[in-house]
Ligand binder design. Structure first.
Ligand SMILES: Cc1cc2nc3c(=O)[nH]c(=O)nc-3n(C[C@H](O)[C@H](O)[C@H](O)COP(=O)(O)OP(=O)(O)OC[C@H]3O[C@@H](n4cnc5c(N)ncnc54)[C@H](O)[C@@H]3O)c2cc1C
Ligand code: FES
Length: 268
């Protein structure tokens, strides 16, 4: 059993969990995820590892309450336990000294981009973090990202805080304004990652996205997380979840993500 050391509400429907998982904390690298199960009859769901502390033996995840399992997670309190917490899974993000990089985060991606921001800064990059939300009440961790980046740009869809608009608009504006970007990283909903990739494509700026297809085993055996990258079939759980956004077949990904909508509603 994996005990929850802390649990907090970050914003409406967003929670943060700190879980005792010393073996995962010892090995995890930026960009990797875990598959969790709340109880014996629970489904497996993948969540990105957002932070970790080797000395404490803990790892942190941030999640949005969207369906049955995330709803169950929302109900848990510090002191409760998860039956499974398997990780770290997936390939770590390539971290190098690229020069000037943008790390864009929306939804749970505001939190899950943090390990990349921190590691890229440690490698000597100029790191610009861009975070987006529909409304200011859905923003969190601006101050944590400010600790590790050169600049944090905040956008809200309704203009209630920061720039009115979305992260891809800011990326586009920078590139059109002549700002040289050496690499872009994006975490969040599929549509946002697709728009970030579209914004950078005409400028040839490599854009790494963290894909979130439906997963089951997370170890390359079931095929549920199949994605098409540059015309080739890849399994996001073992070949990814990070891929070049200019090579992703976004239509296929979105279509497959919606395969079980009726069942998911019924289950909830
Ligand atoms: C590598 C990876 C990392 C992720 N990291 C995070 C994270 O850090 N925080 C976060 O909030 N969410 C993350 N997700 C998405 C998260 O796994 C889903 O929101 C979760 O599985 C929904 O489960 P549910 O039972 O609550 O909702 P459901 O009712 O099952 O599904 C609601 C929606 O979630 C998506 N979904 C459902 N099952 C899965 C599944 N097994 N795998 C992926 N997506 C699914 C579907 O598109 C569906 O529309 C990640 C997904 C992947 C693949
Ligand atoms: S989740 Fe089964 S192959 Fe990736």
């Amino acid at each position: 059993m994996y005990q929850l050391v802390a649990k907090e509400n970050l914003a409406p429907n967003f929670s943060i969990l700190k879980i005792e998982a010393p073996e995962v904390a010892r090995k995890v690298q930026p960009g990797q995820f875990a598959i969790i199960r709340t109880d014996e009859k629970g489904e497996r769901i993948p969540l990105t590892i957002t932070d970790w502390d080797i000395n404490e033996g803990t790892v942190t995840v941030i999640f949005l309450d969207v369906g049955r399992t995330t709803h169950k997670l929302t109900q848990l309190q510090a002191g409760d336990s998860l039956i499974n917490f398997v990780g770290p899974l997936g390939m770590p993000t390539e971290i190098n000294n690229f020069g000037r990089v943008v790390c864009a985060g929306g939804c749970y991606g505001i939190g899950s981009i943090l390990p990349e921001v921190r590691a890229l800064k440690e490698k000597g990059n100029e790191v610009i973090a861009i975070i987006e939300a529909r409304h200011k009440s859905l923003l969190y961790w601006q101050n944590r990202l400010e600790q590790f980046s050169d600049r944090v740009i905040v956008t809200t869809g309704d203009g209630s805080y920061g720039y009115k608009g979305w992260a891809p608009d800011q990326i586009k504006e920078m590139l059109e304004g002549g700002v040289k970007l050496d690499r872009v990283f994006a975490h969040g909903c599929t549509f946002m990652m697709m728009l970030c990739s579209e914004a950078t494509k005409p400028f040839g700026v490599k854009t790494i996205v963290s894909l979130n297809p439906i997963m089951v085993d997370g170890t390359g055996m079931c095929g549920a997380c199949r994605v098409s990258i540059n015309g080739e079939t890849k399994f996001a759980c073992v070949d990814g979840p990070n891929f070049d956004g200019h090579e992703v077949d976004w239509d296929l990904l979105m279509h497959r993500q919606h395969s079980y909508l009726d069942e998911e509603k019924e289950s909830l």
